[in-house]
Ligand binder design. Sequence first.
Ligand SMILES: *Cc1c(COP(=O)(O)O)cnc(C)c1O
Length: 388
Amino acid sequence: MPRPILATVSVPAMQHNLELIASRLQEEASKAGRVPPRIWAVIKANAYGHGLEPAMAGFAAADGLAMLDIAEAVACRERGWQKPLMLLEGFFEPEDLDVLDAHRVAVSVHGEHQLCMLESAPVPRNPITVYMKINTGMHRLGFPPAAVDSAWRRLVALQQKGVVGELGTMMHFSRADDDVVVTQQQLSRFIQLAGDKSGPMSICNSAATLTPGLWADLPADRGQWVRPGICLYGASPFADRSAATLGLRPVMTLEAKIIAVQDCQPGSSVGYGHLFTAEKPTRVGVVACGYADGYPRIAATGTPVTVNGRSTILLGRVSMDMLAVDLTPLPDAGVGSRVVLWGDGGPSVDDVARAAGTVGYELLCALAPRVPRHVEVRCEAMALGGVA
Ligand SMILES: *Cc1c(COP(=O)(O)O)cnc(C)c1O
């Protein structure tokens, strides 16, 4: 028997979340009397830790897939993805251009070095789709406002030469999750800088996609792509709105079993550093999940967890391979009981992340390779059935 820990990835939940986003956009579009934006489902970082293959199945209805790694883009083509693919950081080396050509992969172009590589490249068989990225205030990737017009002229020249095919513009919001004023400033700057260019525009991550009105402020005749990531995996991009409130379903469920029980008398302490000391008789369940599985070590006593479908809390410090939970309120639970660390039937990954001072994104991406995975294609019973 392998160690009793399992991550289940639900393809139906991915489909549900994508449909939810698409129908919200559709509704907003029909109110505004315009066509909805197309959707790039963002699958960077191994689909936020969920795996490329389930993501391709779950997001088959998306208009395209966006990622960072050229190898991930090639893997999608080799597994039969026919629709657009987009590299959000663009290319890194002149040799990458052949791969973009061969596999018809679109790129963001955000810096001078990339323009130079395109200018010295031979004319490809398939002109490369390019989104010129503008830095509207995040100061991460993108041409600064003063460099935008000259970069655009060089891209238009590359288009005339046949190196660049379709040409559009893009940007990224730094505070779409928490600050409408900054977000509006970035949006205005983008409209000012990209409004007189041509081709499709792409501005929205999950938080911006879920903020009504943002994308609809862009010119209606240009065509648009939104780029949701985290919401498609059933986690919330907002600190103050849960995924459940947004109608999203968790895609990853991390579960394990109780492998030992300790009856602690008042004054006994649990785990490394003795961070938890029992004040009353306490039944402690030891769970086969630790930080080497991707559970955050910094999560403290009180972090929510579910045992046999009932809520309880983490006790003491998370070890490499185990963590402790309070079974005092759950007398029926014991060795073999099913523990949901996050996901369907447990706390949300965002709740656990909050207790660890981080965001759901980080926990999902950090699921360790040693955790066995089960991809749920249809709704079915969990593979690690709980023993009461
Ligand atoms: C990761 C990423 C996204 C998706 O962000 P979410 O917050 O997960 O929706 C969109 N655009 C770019 C450029 C990204 O890097």
